[in-house]
Design a protein around this ligand. Structure first.
Ligand code: SER
Length: 318
């Protein structure tokens, strides 16, 4: 039997919250030299920079993507570079440019080279206030009210278009808010769920920018990464969906999260001062039905609230 050839991977947004950990996981799985990390402005951590190739690119300039794809003979792209929901409301034009033109460039580079596969995450931000908020179905109303959400819905449709029109193997999931201890998130609405950990450890006090009773779907980073890799390794013939899989792990309110952290840090004081992000949070689902992902590629989350909080605090204290 001959060994399966290792994929040659490029990760965009590799210095970001998901990218920084996904890149290391991919390097561990497929070999350091087979995974080129790329970033734009954010400086890579020493771990990321020293464990394998790193290149600067601007996804809004197609030639800068092409240069890296050709230099490293890339056959798989994890496209994570994006502007998130809160910054997207402050800078809608930038969000459109990076999220839409960036994705279009990635898809075009992949199409022209034939056989290049793409992973592109969507988000719970694809949903809107008219969407059923509990156990949100796979097939449902997609009328987001943020520019970020608009680019995510358009992105899902564009990815599916490339699959049906050109046979490009593009896959993606609608991630919930992601909790992580390695790299803080930047510019999202679900960022409070990470910030509270950092502040609980440092200052024992946190002022949360959404109301105490705000419930959103969330996921811990190990599940987030496993989800991406398992979807990309799934048998294409089993997939009925492509770039828009609902994905769930846990749901909790901001108050429930604070209470769970207080079990470990009883002195924590959490106050609530909702700002413009409250309205964004209120337009997103409270829980997600991910049965399509479970049926088509065997998705199953491992972390719930308790296990996630214990693990987050342990990692952050290190
Ligand atoms: N976590 C993202 C945000 O809050 C949603 O995908 O913008």
């Amino acid at each position: 039997m001959c060994a399966r050839k290792s994929p040659r991977i490029m990760v965009t947004g590799a210095a970001g919250q998901i990218g920084s950990e996904l890149t290391l996981a991919l390097r561990g799985r497929y070999g350091n030299e087979n995974v080129v990390a790329t970033g734009h402005k954010t400086k890579p951590s020493p771990k990321l920079r020293d464990s394998g190739p790193f290149e600067f690119i601007d996804v809004t300039r197609r030639e800068s993507i092409e240069a890296v794809v050709d230099k490293f003979n890339v056959d798989t792209i994890y496209h994570l570079a994006a502007i998130l929901s809160a910054v997207g409301e402050e800078k809608p034009h930038l969000a459109w440019d990076v999220n839409m033109n960036g994705l279009y460039n990635i898809l075009e580079v992949a199409r022209e080279r034939q056989g290049v596969r793409v992973f592109c995450p969507s988000s719970i931000a694809a949903f809107g206030p008219e969407t059923p908020r509990e156990n949100t179905p796979q097939e449902t109303v997609l009328r987001p009210k943020t520019m970020y959400g608009v680019t995510k819905v358009a992105g899902e449709l564009l990815c599916d278009y490339y699959f049906h029109r050109y046979g490009l193997d593009v896959r993606g999931v609608r991630y919930p808010g992601i909790l992580s201890s390695e790299t803080p998130p930047g510019g999202g609405t679900t960022d409070y769920a990470c910030e509270i950990f950092y502040e609980a450890i440092k200052h024992k006090r946190y002022t949360c920018f959404v109301r105490e009773d705000t419930v959103l779907p969330m996921m811990y980073m190990p599940d987030c990464i496993r989800g991406a890799i398992e979807l990309m390794e799934a048998d294409l013939s089993q997939l009925k969906h492509h770039a828009d899989f609902n994905l769930a792990a846990m749901s909790f309110s901001a108050g429930e999260l604070a209470a769970e952290i207080k079990k470990h840090i009883p002195e924590l004081i959490c106050e609530y001062e909702p700002d413009f992000r409250q309205q964004i949070a209120d337009s997103w689902p409270r829980s997600i039905d991910d049965s399509a992902a479970r049926e088509e590629w065997g998705w199953k989350p491992q972390y719930g609230l308790e296990a996630m909080v214990t693990d987050m605090l342990e990692n952050l204290r290190k």
